[in-house]
Design a protein around this ligand. Structure first.
Ligand code: TYC
Length: 118
Protein backbone atom coordinates (compact mmCIF):
# COMPACT_ATOMS: atom_id res chain seq x y z
CA UNK A 1 0.00 0.00 0.00
CA UNK A 2 1.31 3.43 -0.89
CA UNK A 3 1.72 6.06 1.77
CA UNK A 4 3.29 9.50 1.63
CA UNK A 5 5.42 10.66 4.51
CA UNK A 6 4.95 14.26 5.39
CA UNK A 7 7.37 15.97 7.69
CA UNK A 8 5.31 18.32 9.84
CA UNK A 9 7.61 20.82 11.45
CA UNK A 10 6.65 21.97 14.94
CA UNK A 11 7.27 25.58 15.71
CA UNK A 12 9.17 26.45 18.88
CA UNK A 13 6.00 27.09 20.87
CA UNK A 14 4.16 23.98 19.81
CA UNK A 15 2.47 22.05 22.58
CA UNK A 16 4.25 18.88 23.67
CA UNK A 17 4.37 16.90 20.48
CA UNK A 18 5.46 13.43 21.39
CA UNK A 19 8.50 13.74 19.15
CA UNK A 20 10.95 13.79 22.05
CA UNK A 21 12.19 17.25 21.12
CA UNK A 22 13.37 16.28 17.64
CA UNK A 23 11.41 19.16 16.05
CA UNK A 24 9.42 17.07 13.62
CA UNK A 25 6.82 14.33 13.50
CA UNK A 26 6.11 11.93 10.69
CA UNK A 27 2.51 11.89 9.57
CA UNK A 28 1.43 8.99 7.42
CA UNK A 29 -1.37 9.65 4.97
CA UNK A 30 -2.98 7.41 2.41
CA UNK A 31 -2.22 8.56 -1.11
CA UNK A 32 -5.47 9.51 -2.84
CA UNK A 33 -6.42 6.83 -5.35
CA UNK A 34 -7.73 8.30 -8.58
CA UNK A 35 -9.34 5.93 -11.05
CA UNK A 36 -8.44 6.37 -14.70
CA UNK A 37 -11.25 8.15 -16.55
CA UNK A 38 -13.86 5.86 -18.07
CA UNK A 39 -13.80 5.84 -21.85
CA UNK A 40 -16.73 5.93 -24.22
CA UNK A 41 -16.91 5.10 -27.90
CA UNK A 42 -18.97 7.11 -30.31
CA UNK A 43 -20.77 4.58 -32.52
CA UNK A 44 -22.36 5.77 -35.77
CA UNK A 45 -25.39 3.89 -37.10
CA UNK A 46 -26.32 3.14 -40.67
CA UNK A 47 -29.49 4.43 -42.29
CA UNK A 48 -30.84 4.37 -45.83
CA UNK A 49 -30.94 8.13 -46.45
CA UNK A 50 -27.82 9.95 -45.24
CA UNK A 51 -25.49 10.41 -48.22
CA UNK A 52 -22.16 8.58 -48.01
CA UNK A 53 -20.38 11.85 -48.77
CA UNK A 54 -21.96 13.54 -45.75
CA UNK A 55 -20.82 10.72 -43.46
CA UNK A 56 -17.26 10.89 -44.80
CA UNK A 57 -17.21 14.67 -44.30
CA UNK A 58 -18.57 14.31 -40.75
CA UNK A 59 -15.91 11.74 -39.86
CA UNK A 60 -13.21 14.09 -41.16
CA UNK A 61 -14.63 17.18 -39.48
CA UNK A 62 -15.66 15.86 -36.06
CA UNK A 63 -13.39 12.84 -35.60
CA UNK A 64 -10.27 14.14 -37.37
CA UNK A 65 -10.06 11.18 -39.74
CA UNK A 66 -8.24 11.52 -43.04
CA UNK A 67 -10.28 10.94 -46.20
CA UNK A 68 -9.18 7.32 -46.66
CA UNK A 69 -9.86 6.32 -43.03
CA UNK A 70 -13.19 8.19 -43.04
CA UNK A 71 -14.20 6.34 -46.19
CA UNK A 72 -13.28 2.97 -44.65
CA UNK A 73 -15.28 3.73 -41.48
CA UNK A 74 -18.26 4.91 -43.53
CA UNK A 75 -18.21 1.73 -45.65
CA UNK A 76 -17.96 -0.43 -42.52
CA UNK A 77 -21.05 1.31 -41.09
CA UNK A 78 -22.84 0.98 -44.43
CA UNK A 79 -22.06 -2.75 -44.67
CA UNK A 80 -22.27 -3.82 -41.02
CA UNK A 81 -24.85 -1.43 -39.62
CA UNK A 82 -22.58 0.38 -37.19
CA UNK A 83 -19.01 1.50 -36.65
CA UNK A 84 -16.81 3.15 -34.03
CA UNK A 85 -15.84 6.73 -34.89
CA UNK A 86 -13.54 7.27 -31.90
CA UNK A 87 -12.99 6.73 -28.16
CA UNK A 88 -13.08 9.65 -25.71
CA UNK A 89 -13.84 10.77 -22.18
CA UNK A 90 -17.57 11.01 -21.47
CA UNK A 91 -17.87 14.79 -21.97
CA UNK A 92 -15.94 14.81 -25.22
CA UNK A 93 -17.84 11.81 -26.60
CA UNK A 94 -21.21 13.34 -25.66
CA UNK A 95 -20.26 16.64 -27.28
CA UNK A 96 -19.28 14.86 -30.50
CA UNK A 97 -22.64 13.07 -30.61
CA UNK A 98 -24.41 16.43 -30.17
CA UNK A 99 -22.34 18.16 -32.86
CA UNK A 100 -22.70 15.38 -35.45
CA UNK A 101 -26.44 15.04 -34.79
CA UNK A 102 -26.98 18.80 -35.04
CA UNK A 103 -25.03 19.02 -38.31
CA UNK A 104 -26.99 16.09 -39.75
CA UNK A 105 -30.37 17.62 -38.78
CA UNK A 106 -29.36 21.00 -40.23
CA UNK A 107 -28.61 19.22 -43.49
CA UNK A 108 -31.87 17.25 -43.30
CA UNK A 109 -30.30 13.81 -42.71
CA UNK A 110 -31.42 11.20 -40.15
CA UNK A 111 -27.85 10.13 -39.23
CA UNK A 112 -27.59 8.78 -35.66
CA UNK A 113 -24.70 8.36 -33.22
CA UNK A 114 -24.75 6.67 -29.83
CA UNK A 115 -22.38 6.42 -26.84
CA UNK A 116 -21.16 3.09 -25.54
CA UNK A 117 -18.83 2.10 -22.73
CA UNK A 118 -15.47 1.41 -24.36
N1 TYC B 1 -26.36 3.77 -46.08
C1 TYC B 1 -26.16 5.12 -46.53
C2 TYC B 1 -26.36 5.21 -48.02
O1 TYC B 1 -26.39 4.18 -48.70
C3 TYC B 1 -24.75 5.64 -46.19
C4 TYC B 1 -24.51 5.74 -44.73
C5 TYC B 1 -23.32 5.29 -44.20
C6 TYC B 1 -25.46 6.29 -43.88
C7 TYC B 1 -23.02 5.38 -42.86
C8 TYC B 1 -25.20 6.39 -42.51
O2 TYC B 1 -23.73 6.07 -40.67
C9 TYC B 1 -23.99 5.94 -42.01
N2 TYC B 1 -26.51 6.42 -48.54
Amino acid sequence: MLASHILASNGPDDAPSGDEGQGAVVVERETAKTEPPRLYQVVMLNDDYTPMEFVVLALQEFFHRDFETATQIMLKIHNEGRGVCGVYSKDVAATKVELVTAAARRAGHPLQCILENA
